[in-house]
Design a protein around this ligand. Structure first.
Ligand code: NDP
Ligand code: HSE
Length: 434
């Protein structure tokens, strides 16, 4: 690393939405950043795939490297900023190379941190250099710093929230406009919110990456992405959103983690959220994280979870911390002290549930469904059948259960498996407690 008052020299790999945003931010707020950091932050070199692309920022003052691993090893660089993406491949190779060469690493790459964060943290520890990834979770919201530093005196009981801007945009747009799913996804992609592979967004994987990182920091646990139970939003229909609305709820993709009796439960799933819950008004690409500490009480972090400006803001905040030499352990404590917490089984957890069936409109169908509920010891709070199908057609039956063990609902659904009364798989959505 260079001398304390010398500029912090950075290399940027990836000049897409976030990379170009970082350059724009460094240029726009140059003096303010230098004043806050105590020294200038200077881009020395950059790398992307296509040198000829116009990215809306002037790159003429920076060296260009075709190979981002070469970029990582440059003598004139203190910190590499990885904004390429992908859990493995060139991003990982270059990130490892940077740390091994004694450079600090700043990344927005949640996939890489969720899969390889511990190994990268070990490399950073061994080299005595910083590894920072504020932008990897919830875009512009300083929630990594919030959990790692702001709540560090607390035992956390729970961390949960809305961690994917694309899904939140889709669900709230569908709610607002009644537009269909694929049309709204295309719009989110156009706005730069979605991952290179948008199935990562809509299947809940991106939120799971972020949750695994937050859970590690919040509970002092080793990152365990494989243990996250994930379901995405592709099964949610406009009819479910309308039904939820009529019942006093919105639908949001919720990522939640808690640690009890030495076990960690991490899951991502669409949930019904009561309209008076603090997460209900969170719409568009906004993210929000709730952390419950044993002394802090409930904290709510909220802001833009995606997009060039907010994400660049988080990346540059990490660079300012490094320039100031304010660097703490990436996961809040040294890797050797992080615990390997086994995954918790959720079956005994109690919750209220929304269940949507699509059924053939004929006598006896409701009796069959309610018999399965009775046999699995699921208590029904309300039940609505919507519409009246023409001969032999399909109708929607929506049900809300009283609070009960999750495993019972699963058993009821299993009992109905193969029934010719059902025209498709039921959708089971938990109701988030207030
Ligand atoms: P983009 O797809 O917009 O940009 C990716 C960049 O990486 C492009 O400039 C591309 O080059 C470059 N690239 C791809 N492969 C290589 C390679 N082998 N060598 C060098 N450069 C390469 O992605 P985003 O900017 O949206 O995302 C970047 C990272 O930030 C990802 O990890 C993403 O998950 C994360 N992130 C994104 C957010 C967002 O709102 N977009 C929010 C939070 C995190 P070229 O332009 O020449 O094709
Ligand atoms: N694809 C991500 C999202 C980008 O939609 O939230 C921000 O991490």
């Amino acid at each position: 690393m260079s001398e304390t008052n010398a500029p912090l020299r950075i290399a940027i790999a990836g000049l897409g939405t976030v990379g170009a945003g970082v350059i724009r931010l460094l240029n726009t707020n140059r003096d303010l950043i230098a004043a806050r950091a105590g020294r200038a932050i200077e881009v020395v070199a950059v790398s992307a795939r296509d040198r000829s692309l116009d990215r809306g920022v002037d790159l003429s003052g920076y060296a260009w490297e075709d190979d981002m691993t070469e970029l990582a090893g440059r003598e004139d660089v203190d910190v590499m900023v990885e904004l390429v993406g992908g859990s493995d491949g060139p991003a990982l190779a270059a990130s490892r190379a940077a740390l091994k060469a004694g450079k600090g690493l700043v990344t927005a790459n949640k996939a890489m941190i969720a899969h390889h964060g511990l190994a990268l943290a070990e490399l950073a520890e061994a080299a005595g250099v910083p590894l920072k990834f504020e932008a990897a979770v919830a875009g512009g919201i300083p929630v990594v710093k919030g959990l790692r530093e702001g709540t560090s005196a607390n035992a956390l009981t729970k961390v949960y929230g809305i961690l994917n801007g694309t899904c939140n945009y889709i669900l709230s747009e569908m709610e607002e406009t009644g537009a269909d799913f694929s049309e709204t996804l295309a719009e989110a992609q156009k706005l730069g919110y979605a991952e290179a592979d948008p199935t990562f967004d809509i299947e809940g994987i991106d939120a799971a990456h972020k949750l695994a990182i937050l859970a590690a920091i919040g509970f002092g646990a080793k990152v365990d992405f494989a243990a996250v139970r994930v379901s995405g939003i592709t099964q949610v229909r406009a009819a479910d959103i309308a039904q939820a609305d009529a019942l006093g709820f919105v639908i949001r993709l919720i990522a939640e983690a808690d640690a009890h009796e030495g076990k960690l439960l991490q899951r991502v799933r669409p949930c019904l959220v009561a309209k008076d819950h603090p997460l209900a008004p969170v719409d568009g690409p906004t993210n929000a994280v709730v952390a419950e500490g044993n002394f802090s009480g409930r904290l709510l972090f909220q802001g833009a979870g995606a997009g060039d400006g907010p994400t660049a803001s988080a990346v540059v905040a990490d660079l300012i911390d490094i320039a100031r030499s304010e660097v703490s352990a990436p996961f809040s404590m040294p890797v050797a002290q992080l615990q390997a917490l086994p995954p918790a089984e959720p079956g005994h957890r109690m919750e209220r549930t929304y269940i949507r069936f699509t059924v053939n409109d004929r006598p006896g169908v409701l009796a069959e469904i309610t018999a399965a509920m009775r046999d699995a010891d699921v208590s029904i709070e309300s039940l609505i059948q919507k519409g009246r199908a023409h001969e032999g057609g399909e109708v929607l039956v929506a049900m809300v259960t009283h609070e009960g063990p999750e495993a019972n609902v699963r058993r009821a659904i299993d009992l109905l498996d193969g029934s010719d009364s059902l025209t498709g798989d039921p959708l089971v959505l938990p109701i988030l407690p207030n």
